[in-house]
Design a binder for this molecule. Sequence first.
Ligand code: SF4
Length: 149
Amino acid sequence: MKQERRMICIVCPLGCQMTVQIEDGEMVGISGHSCKRGESYAIDEINDPRRTLTTTMRVQGGEAPLVSVKSDAPVPKAQLFECVKHINNMVAEAPVHIGDKLIENVAGTEANIVATCAVPCYNHGDGTDGQRDGGAQRTAPSQQQMAAV
Ligand code: SF4
């Protein structure tokens, strides 16, 4: 059975509004796109829709309680919620640097979660920066930390 689906291409800021004809799960026609990338996007949207995930992750011992993060590759749309849940159960340890890989293979998607901003260590005012081991690390939150959130 032939179906028609409207979608907006999100590959570039032009945001072409496309109409796609689908038959037996396959794209058989497309209009409204301005380049080949729109066609590839439509095929991916039909077969395996994916999105780059952007969110925040908790930080321990940092000047800010959260760091903004994103996936370094698009993750399956159906697994976005599972990925966010996984990220919410993790805590990065300050200092965090831009590009630090904070979670590998998030929820088995093969994408990694990387920091998109820096969070320096909290300055304790005692001449130390509060840094214990000099690197961004992942730890599962303790029950106490979970209770504090
Ligand atoms: S079809 Fe091409 S020009 Fe249009 S939004 Fe997609 S990438 Fe941009």
